[in-house]
Structures are given as C-alpha cells and as structure tokens.
Design a protein around this ligand. Structure first.
Ligand SMILES: [Mg+2]
Length: 337
C-alpha cells in the first residue's frame, strides 16, 4: 500500500498532510470549526449602538482558551455539542437507477495550502484557487474539475473525505459557491465519522476501544490530541471508506470511487480477518488518480481528470458500473503513467 497524501486530520495510515507540515494542518482544522458557517450566519451586520459592550458571536468564538487548560476541554465540549447547520447549498436527491461516483477531496479534487509561501506560489500560478475562511488556507483546484463534473451528468455524485466533517463541510460549501457547475450535483457528503475503523485483527466497534463519541464529527483535529493517551489511537488503528454508505440501497456494484489514496478503498494487506478484508475491499470500484500536489511546478499540466472523465463517459448508463470499469483500460493506463 503506497503512502499518499491525506486530508487534514486524515487518519489513513501512511499518508502525509497536504500542507507543508502537520502543525499547519492542525491549525487549519481547528480554525475550520471556530469559523464555521454558523458563526458567519450569526455575525451581525452592524454593531448595535448601546452603552453595553456588545461582543459579536464571531469574536466570542475566537476566544479560544489556552491549550491544555480545563477551559479548553470545556470549550471543545461546547463546540462539539453545537447543533449542526445545514449546508449552504442544496443536496440533490439520489436517483437510484443511476450509478454513483464518489469523489475524494484532498489530493484528489483539491490541495489545501496553509503555508504562506506555498499560498503565494499557488496564487501566482494559473491554477484556480478558493480562499477558505480564517486560517484554513487556500484550496487549489485540480485542473479539469469543471470538465469532470460535466461528465458526471449520468451519475449520482457523493463527496467522501477522510477529513473531519467541519473541515469537509466548509470546504465543500466554498467549492460549490466558487464553482456554479457543482451546484445541483452533489447528493451526499461523507466525512471522517463515516469511515470504518479497524485493527489488523478485526473491525473496531464504535462504542468501545476508540471512544467514538470523542471522535465525533464536530471535534477539530487539534482535539484528537486528547485521545493520544487512548490505546490504539496513535498506532494499530486503520480506516477505510465504506462505499455502501454512498447509496441508499448499499449496492456497491453501482459505486465508483475517484481517490488518490489506495488506503481509502482497500484493507491493509496484513489484515487477519479474511471476511472483513473481503467485505471492505473496494479495489474494483476504484479509479485511482495520482496525488495532486498544488506546489508541484507541473500541477498546472495535470491531466488525471481527463482520463477519469473519458472512462466515466464510456461506462455511463451501464447497470453494473464496477463490471464496466473492469472491462475498461483505465487501470492499465493509470499504471503505465
Ligand atoms: Mg485524498
């Protein structure tokens, strides 16, 4: 299993952060939750004229206590318990007859940069960029995204990222806002809480060893440090995307996944539970793409989506998308690049 780029806070083993260093991604994720769309929605347009000191919600939520303090834990808990806000765009209904294409985000559709010098480099390039709120950085789009979405007319489109849901929600909203061609296309967004956790022996139940309540979606990645004392958290725990969740009927023969990280759709080779390994092996569903690195001087010439677009057009309308993909030459082409 190759080591590839993972999303900020991505738990996939062997991956690396899309930002320059892990510290930056932690900051990114943390900011993603402190500057959520809820905060922006709550932010008053004008400060009321009153003798009392008015603290806008935006300012209030930025008052993060120092790390490690009891207040930090309390702050994290209150952030986690906040009600979920709906997406700022409309999710469309799934059409059961159509196959589903699952799109990974980080290093597949975009590369999020947080290092100022990397951001400056990307902004000078011809790559399309989207500024993310707060310290989340800059999302750089992979070339060909618009053409890819044009080829998805005959498919349900699901976003499935290994990033925390707060980061994923913000990123998808900004992508859709910045790209009108993405509007009215996405029917579901899945993120880190939708991953399957496992050890090399078996699947790990949500309510036991990993304390899934603490791993919940609204916790920014920074807060995962709270879990570092838990057994199996820092080592021995693996994750895979469950493609059954991409469709209401759970029919994975109608699901294809476009992802740069093979750990996202296949189980570790040393997994001892053969049944589990077989159940969560989605290798045949995969359209692997190379890792998109926006700071690569050749990034602007990236053509990965051209190949994806071509094969999706070829097999559109096929009832068994996985069998149709197996009959295509996509993987051979990808391997030869
Ligand atoms: Mg990825």
């Amino acid at each position: 299993m190759k080591a590839s780029c993972m999303s900020p806070g991505s738990p996939f083993a062997g991956g690396r952060s899309p930002s320059k260093d892990s510290t930056d991604t932690t900051d990114t994720a943390s900011t993603a939750c402190t500057l959520s769309s809820e905060d922006e929605a709550l932010e008053p347009k004008q400060t009321p004229k009153t003798s009392l000191v008015f603290v806008p919600p935006q300012q209030h939520t930025n008052r993060e206590p120092k790390n490690g303090s009891r207040m930090t834990r309390w702050y994290e808990l209150t952030q986690w318990l906040r009600p979920k806000a709906p997406y700022r765009f409309k999710l469309v209904d799934e059409i059961p007859q159509l196959p589903t294409v699952v799109l990974d985000l980080d290093a597949t559709v975009i590369h999020t940069l947080v290092d100022p010098s990397d951001i400056a480099t990307a902004q000078r390039s011809d790559l399309r960029t989207i500024k993310l709120p707060g310290k989340m950085g800059l999302a750089v789009e992979r070339p060909g995204l618009q053409q890819l979405f044009a080829s998805l007319r005959g498919y349900n489109v699901v976003v499935y990222s290994a990033g925390g849901s707060c980061y994923v929600k913000t990123l998808v909203e900004r992508l859709v806002e910045g790209n009108p061609f993405m509007q009215g296309k996405i029917c579901k967004v899945l993120s880190q809480p939708d991953l399957v956790r496992y050890s090399l022996l078996s699947e790990l139940p949500c309510d036991t060893s990993l304390k899934s309540s603490l791993l919940s979606e609204e916790l920014p990645f920074q807060r995962y440090s709270l879990l570092s004392e838990l057994p199996c958290f820092t080592e021995g725990v693996y994750y895979v995307k469950d493609l059954r969740k991409a469709r209401e009927d759970g029919n994975t023969q109608k699901v294809l996944i476009v992802d740069d990280n093979e750990n996202a759709y296949q189980i570790h080779p040393y997994m001892r539970d053969a049944d589990f390994k077989k159940r969560y092996d989605f290798t045949m569903n995969a359209l692997p793409v190379s890792e998109f690195i926006a700071t690569d001087p050749k990034a602007v010439f990236d053509t990965a989506f051209v190949r994806v677009e071509r094969v999706l057009a070829e097999i559109a309308g096929m009832d068994d998308a996985v069998a149709a993909l197996a009959g295509s030459t996509y993987r051979e082409e990808e391997a030869s690049i």
